[in-house]
Ligand binder design. Structure first.
Ligand code: ZN
Length: 443
């Protein structure tokens, strides 16, 4: 390993500490808009509690979940095998069925997973319905423009599109929090996943990042310097939830078929987002090493500044995309290029998503777009938000209208940003439809 690479490692890892690694930040919109044209999504399905699904399918789910292990050993060797004590067992106290299932998935045991749907932006509450408090759905602090959730009754009919769109946001509601052995949680201590690969294990939200980011295309020096970069695991979740979805469809549990499909789509869409597919966009390895060296000899300021800037640009790109999409939907502006990109199906193939596409297709394109996107973000928004290391971007605390700020700036810069984001969203939509095409027929 070279000296440059060795010096670069600690900063690379610290820089991945985005405070809220939430990718598109509104997977429900990405999912609803990209799938709406597919005939299969026109179906209506009956809401079914998780416990009912598990009680009906328990024995078969034992075999299905056990079948994940050989695939993981071959395709994701850095993912530690499931401890024998966590293997799913259908037999046992019925009141603990859900807990046994969530432990076998190695997700947060307190994830609420209620029957609910998330309203589209601007959609009114259905007559007679009451909004669910966010805490009934999410384990994560909600911002001022948080989505509206509405409870579903057991057996209530609901459009498949609403189920899959609602579920696509759920992995950001706490599913992957606290799962590593150094997170100080009871479940992290049992899950056998080792220490958190990167980020600060004491910061709750950073613990989900290794499941929601995929660093498959970094320079080889980066992996030599920081082998932990190989410990990113969105493929584990995509494969697992696709398998569960296929099983649910094949056995007549369409509600859970679409809900698990939504979970899988979340991680797939994350990888189309450049800040989730490249470790430190916009900063070359040599500069990372130089910043690290300054820190080592007593000048940590520039290093801290670089980390703050990377985080702010990441969050600015997501916030702009979310607000622009929400505004376009609420105002029925179908011509908005970001919204049109999600709905654009002319580039679709006929092949379903293959396992290998996750790295070689989705994440590779996300990675390749990272530097140009970072540059466009820097040029489009006021320096305060994307070039001031003393500022912390957090629009859940302080609403920031980035589309309005972009319109007040250089039009050419915003056009370049919109072109780049449109391409990314077109990709996210295209791959999302490919995943749905791979679901079993006869659902
Ligand atoms: Zn995510």
């Amino acid at each position: 390993m070279t000296r440059t690479a060795r010096l670069a490692a600690p900063l690379l890892l610290t820089a991945l500490l985005a405070p809220r690694a939430r990718a598109w930040d509104d997977h429900a919109i990405v999912t609803r808009e990209s799938l709406a044209s597919l005939p299969a999504l026109g179906a209506r399905v009956r809401a079914e509690p998780l416990e009912a699904f598990l009680a009906a399918e328990g024995a078969r789910l034992e075999a299905l979940l056990a079948g994940e292990e050989p695939w993981l050993r071959e395709h994701v060797p850095a993912w530690p095998p499931l401890p024998a004590a966590l293997a799913f067992r259908a037999a046992g106290p019925a009141g603990e069925l859900r807990a046994r299932f969530l432990a076998a998935l190695r997700v947060h045991p307190a994830m609420p997973l209620p029957l609910f749907r998330q309203l589209a932006p601007g959609a009114p509450l259905p007559p007679g319905a009451a909004a669910l408090p966010p805490s009934a759905v999410t384990l994560v602090r909600s911002g001022p423009d948080a989505a509206t959730f509405v409870a579903l009754a057991d057996g209530e009919e609901v459009p498949a599109l609403e189920v899959v769109a609602t579920a696509a946001d759920e992995p950001d509601h706490g599913l992957d929090l606290g799962i590593w052995e150094d997170n100080g949680t009871a479940w992290g201590a049992r899950y056998g996943l080792g220490p958190q690969p990167f980020g600060n294990p004491a910061l709750e939200f950073s613990s989900q990042a290794p499941m929601h980011m995929g660093f498959f295309h970094e320079p080889w020096l980066a992996y030599r310097a920081a082998p932990q970069l190989r410990r990113t695991f969105p493929e584990v979740r995509i494969h697992l939830f696709r398998a569960l979805a296929a099983h649910a469809f094949a056995t007549g549990h369409a509600y859970w078929g679409w809900r698990f499909t939504g979970f899988a789509l979340h991680y797939l869409q994350d990888l189309a987002q450049p800040y989730h597919a490249r470790a430190v966009p916009g900063v070359g390895l040599a500069r990372v090493a130089w910043l690290q060296l300054l820190g080592a000899v007593g000048f940590p300021g520039p290093r801290a500044a670089a980390i703050a800037l990377a985080s702010n640009r990441h969050l600015a790109a997501e916030s702009y995309t979310r607000r622009r999409l929400r505004d376009a939907i609420a105002a029925s502006r179908a011509g908005d290029p970001l919204l049109a990109a999600l709905r654009e199906t002319s580039g679709d193939g006929t092949a379903p998503l293959a396992d290998a596409d996750v790295r070689a297709g989705v994440a590779r394109a996300g990675h390749a777009a990272a530097d140009p996107l970072d540059e466009a973000v820097l040029r489009t928004f006021p320096a305060r938000h994307v070039a001031d290391p003393a500022y912390t971007f957090d629009d859940t605390r302080e609403p920031v209208d980035l589309p309005a700020l972009a319109r007040a700036g250089d039009p050419a810069a915003e056009q370049a940003l919109v072109r780049l984001l449109s391409t990314r969203l077109r990709d996210a939509g295209r791959w999302s439809r490919a995943l749905v095409r791979g679901l079993p027929p006869g659902r």
